[in-house]
Design a protein around this ligand. Structure first.
Ligand SMILES: Nc1nc2c(c(=O)[nH]1)N[C@H]1C(S)=C(S)[C@@H](COP(=O)(O)OP(=O)(O)OC[C@H]3O[C@@H](n4cnc5c(=O)[nH]c(N)nc54)[C@H](O)[C@@H]3O)O[C@H]1N2
Ligand SMILES: Nc1nc2c(c(=O)[nH]1)N[C@H]1C(S)=C(S)[C@@H](COP(=O)(O)OP(=O)(O)OC[C@H]3O[C@@H](n4cnc5c(=O)[nH]c(N)nc54)[C@H](O)[C@@H]3O)O[C@H]1N2
Ligand code: SF4
Ligand code: SF4
Ligand code: SF4
Ligand SMILES: [Mo]
Length: 898
């Protein structure tokens, strides 16, 4: 330890501590402009100068970079220091306009604050200021070089924290500016509009355009909440002015560490106040086919009586309900309770069915729990090797992607197994550009090499697993050469990848829908756990098998029992003790038959076995495979009810639409991908006559004869805790007190569980599933010669119900497209940007060709966000045998010039 005196206060710090850190620990604030916590000091602004009295002569030094030495006597506010800071500010103003009144950062500018504090009103330097052109090309923010003090915070943020490297300093001495490489406009650069640089800028040089709409002193409140898009679970404040959300501000949450992506920062509140929001109940007039405004009593009476009628006439199993993974745990719990207690069936499911149901089923079989094994921090902070399979986190979980880019900058190696040149493939040490649908062969090949090289962990295998002998026999056949042929990859790359993964100490597998959305999705998932079991990379830090869950609360939707075979907390419908427990807790007889999977409800509806459907916040016409069969099913159903925010494509087929409320208008919790339960808080009031989704469910339950008292969100969480052992210790009160809890959290004094399967798997022993490679259900042939994969892009979220309401996002990406290989395009006479006709055995659409090398020859890729040419008219509804997940990632198509 080292001892020093700062402003007369004695401090004791570890060797290597900077003066800035030591002062902070002693409660002394030193002004800074360029400093970013956690990064190497830039030292460019010189605002943090302090005086060190004892070093032979009285010396000024920058507190951000100078280390404390034994016996230092430091002054942070001496006359000399103050004079130096005044000098710094004077110099900064020499090239900075001071028309603060017209600046959007007025009142939120560090330079302005410091000038006021140090009494610097104008510069003493003479001469003309250069007038630089303003870059206004980005839809969300502006760069005004005339207000730039060249502190580099933006550049350091973009390069070292966001890991994007979209901007740099164009050094031209006094004329230096922040610029994109080659000086192109921000709009045309590699900038992904995340705005983290803007948040870092201490002046008005980088400002969000929406800051013109409000002044800091007009803000009524800032409400800490959780992003409603992906399952990263970023924390931020909703900034409220005049009862409206006008902005967001990143918070330092456990998974986002102060970062946000473009959707969280700029795409998470326009939809809340959209004029397109549904504001009152609607009932379809059977004669005209038009929706008519109804009172809540009319609508709820109709819903309850129609569902009762179907239940009486055809039995409870003729009813089904889908829960909304975008909504809080408390809402989802009530929805599944409605289906089980008032409908009397287990026909309840959520969008995990079309997403990660293969993870839920597969990992439950092999490890005993279908959730991500390790926390985000753990798999991004200091792993040695990341094995990334069928996951595109830079676009789908961008704040995780940013942290992976940081890890790669710090020297972490990365293996990417993905059929496309995704962004991270460019940083990859090995990119296995495998043929879609061949994950099982790839994993078996990896295991073949590991065993051949003797790199398996025999101690772990013997102590903690079963089924090793069988998998060893199976993978004998999967030589790198054979796998190379199946997967269209170089056998040498496969060998290198296997050895790199096996030899690394900390090596998480991170995977996503490239693994699950196949007719062999569950086997793909179990192949991921096979690889980890073989090398003992489970149950410890920096390892594990990590499915990045999709929707903000899809982990929660599964946890809350919106699954046909599971009550809350994965307590099995098939277990008589569980039934007895819930019958007692809920005071009613319950069905003992596992219900229908969501993807099986559609064919059953067409066959007439399911008659009534309650859809809470899903849009299956847009998102389920083979759109025509979904439309047919919706048309065949007797009665369809929806809770929705918007008049979606599916809503138009409903008989009754009940206006629900968005995450910004209610209390609750979301559970992110790392099993972390986080609060959602009400920032603004409900629109029109909209009612809380939980109140709607409760009213219907009562009207259907199941007595359910009205409860607040916090009270519902208490009920969840009382029936769900893994949530036993979770309450709003604990979360509001600042704790962050990852389930399992069985009791009030339990701190939660960051890493699963430590010492013992949830199922006891880890099981090697004997997986053989089976080709996809529909392979290319003469008529349909090209494989189509589908997925998502950074700027939009699923159906765009929410992100489509943000004009800036629509400006950046607003239209359907199809990625093609240049050789296929050449052969078909198609050029980049051409309109094309795309067809499969199930439908035909038009789109625009994006020609290049991103996908391999014979393969193509489309997003499913855009209504002009939605790929789900083409996709194959073939289902996986365990999880009933559809094969979105492989179908056969034909592309023609339109
Ligand atoms: N911007 C944005 N983010 C989102 C969403 C969104 O709509 N927009 N949706 C959220 C949801 S619901 C989810 S579930 C997640 C999904 O997140 P991801 O699964 O990461 O996203 P996808 O684009 O569906 O697919 C991931 C990758 O799988 C690859 N792939 C396709 N076929 C195969 C294959 O056979 N094998 C392998 N190894 N790879 C393959 C694709 O090339 C793609 O890069 O994203 C969430 N985040
Ligand atoms: N081709 C292809 N298709 C796919 C995929 C793919 O990779 N390829 N991915 C699939 C995946 S992974 C998923 S998860 C699905 C997603 O499919 P969906 O779940 O159908 O898509 P979302 O857009 O998330 O639908 C959510 C709806 O809920 C509403 N909503 C949001 N919050 C609330 C609330 O609090 N209350 C109420 N009442 N309503 C609310 C929104 O307005 C929106 O219309 O799409 C699947 N479809
Ligand atoms: S918005 Fe994001 S990607 Fe663009 S320059 Fe700023 S930090 Fe970099
Ligand atoms: S734009 Fe802002 S953060 Fe970037 S160098 Fe200029 S003043 Fe600093
Ligand atoms: S990474 Fe996901 S949770 Fe975070 S801000 Fe972006 S969309 Fe929201
Ligand atoms: Mo998803």
């Amino acid at each position: 330890m080292i001892h020093a005196i700062i402003d007369g206060i004695p401090v004791e710090v570890e060797k290597g501590t900077t003066i800035l850190q030591a002062a902070e620990a002693a409660g002394i604030t030193i002004p800074t402009l360029c400093y970013i916590k956690g990064l190497m000091p830039d030292g460019s602004c010189r605002m943090c100068m302090v005086e060190i009295e004892n070093r032979g002569w009285s010396k000024l030094d920058t507190a951000c970079s100078a280390h404390v030495s034994e016996g230092d006597v430091i002054q942070t506010k001496s006359e000399k220091v103050i004079a130096s800071r005044r000098g710094v500010l004077d110099l900064l103003l020499s090239n900075h306009k001071t028309d603060c009144f017209s600046c959007p950062s007025n009142g939120a500018c560090k330079l302005q604050d410091y000038c006021y504090e140090y009494g610097v009103e104008k510069t003493s330097y003479e001469g003309e200021m250069t007038d630089f052109p303003i870059d206004d090309s980005n839809p969300f923010f502006t760069y005004n070089p005339n207000l730039c003090i060249l502190c580099h915070r933006c550049v350091n943020t973009c390069n070292k924290i966001v890991g994007r490297g979209a901007i740099d300093t164009a050094e031209r001495g006094f004329n230096s500016v922040i610029s994109t490489p080659f000086g192109v406009d921000l709009r045309d650069s590699s900038c992904e509009s995340c705005g983290n640089c803007v948040a870092a800028c201490p002046t008005g040089a980088l400002t969000m355009k929406r800051r013109k709409e409000y002044r800091p002193w007009q803000v009524e409140r800032k409400v800490l909440t959780t992003c409603p898009h992906c399952a990263t679970g970023c924390q931020y404040y909703l900034v409220v002015k005049d009862g409206k959300v006008v902005d967001t501000e990143a918070a330092n949450g456990p998974s986002n560490r102060g970062l946000l992506c473009v959707k969280g920062r700029s795409g998470s509140f326009d939809f809340v106040h959209s004029p397109e929001r549904l504001k009152y109940p609607l009932i379809k007039n059977k004669e005209t086919g038009e929706f008519e405004r109804a009172s809540w009593d009319e609508a709820l009476d109709l819903v309850a009586s129609k569902f009762m009628e179907i239940k009486k006439k055809y039995g409870p199993d003729a009813l089904a309900g889908f829960a909304c993974s975008r909504s809080p745990n408390e809402d989802i719990y009530m929805m599944q309770k409605l289906v089980r207690c008032a409908f009397g069936t287990n026909n309840v499911d959520n969008c995990a069915r079309v997403c990660h149901s293969a993870s839920v089923a597969g990992l439950a079989m092999t490890l005993g729990s279908g959730a991500m094994t390790n926390p985000i921090a753990d798999i991004t902070q200091n792993p040695d090797v990341i094995m990334l399979v069928g996951s595109n986190p830079e676009e789908a979980h961008p704040v995780v992607g940013m942290q992976i880019r940081q890890a790669v900058q710090r020297g972490c190696k990365i293996i990417v197994a993905d059929p496309r040149d995704i962004g991270l493939a460019q940083h990859a040490d090995i990119h296995l550009k495998l043929r879609p649908g061949t994950n099982v062969a790839f994993a078996n090949g990896i295991m073949h090499v590991i065993i051949e090289e003797g790199l398996q962990d025999m101690k772990f295998i013997e102590e903690r697993t079963e089924g090793y002998e069988k998998i060893r026999e199976i993978v004998k056949d999967y030589t790198p050469e054979k796998v190379g042929e199946i997967c269209h990859i170089d056998p040498e790359d496969l060998r290198k990848a296997a050895i790199m993964y096996a030899k690394a100490d900390k090596a998480p597998i991170i995977y996503c829908l490239g693994v699950t959305e196949h007719s062999t999705g569950t086997e793909g998932v179990m192949s991921m756990s096979n690889m980890a079991l073989l090398v003992g990379k489970l149950g410890r830090e920096g390892c594990g098998v990590n499915p990045l869950r999709g929707q903000n609360n899809v982990q929660g939707a599964c946890d809350m029992g919106a699954l046909p075979g599971d009550f809350p907390g994965y307590q099995k419908v098939k277990n008589p003790e569980v039934i007895e427990k819930f019958e007692k807790a809920w005071g009613t007889k319950l069905s003992t038959e596992p219900g229908l999977h969501a993807t099986d409800v559609w064919p059953k509806a067409i066959q007439g076995e399911v008659k009534g459907l309650y859809i809470f916040g899903e849009d299956p016409i847009v998102t389920d495979p083979d759109t025509s069969h979904i439309i047919k099913a919706l048309e065949t159903l007797d009665f369809v009810v929806m809770n929705e925010l918007f008049m979606t494509e599916t809503a138009q087929y409903a008989d009754v639409i009940l206006p629900g409320v968005s995450y910004a208008e209610k209390e609750g919790t979301f559970t992110n991908t790392e099993r972390r339960v986080q609060r959602v808080r009400k920032a603004v009031t409900l629109p029109g006559e909209a009612r809380l989704d939980t109140d709607i469910f409760i009213d219907i339950m009562n009207r259907m004869g199941y007595p359910q008292p009205h409860l607040t969100s916090a009270e519902i969480m208490d009920e969840i805790a009382s029936v769900t052992p893994s949530f036993g210790g979770i309450s709003h009160a604990r979360l509001d007190a600042g704790e962050t809890l990852q389930w399992p959290c069985p009791s009030q004094d339990h701190p939660g569980t960051p890493i699963m399967h430590v010492g013992r798997f949830s199922r006891g022993l880890g099981w090697f599933y004997p997986a053989e490679y089976v080709p996809s259900a529909e392979l290319p042939d003469e008529d349909y010669p090209i494989i189509l994969m589908t997925g998502r892009i950074l700027y939009h979220y699923t159906t765009r119900a929410m992100t489509g309401k943000t004009p800036g996002l629509m400006e950046i990406e607003g239209k359907s497209f199809i990625e093609m290989n240049f050789k296929d395009a050449d052969a078909l006479g198609i050029k980049n940007g051409d309109k094309v006709k795309v067809s499969s055995r199930r439908g035909q659409i038009e789109s625009t060709a994006r020609v290049g090398r991103k996908v391999s020859q014979g393969e193509s890729w489309m997003p499913f966000h855009f209504p002009d040419g939605n790929c789900n008219w083409l996709t194959n509804p073939a289902l996986d045998k365990y999880a009933r997940i559809p094969e979105y990632k492989v179908c056969a198509i034909k592309i023609e010039k339109a």
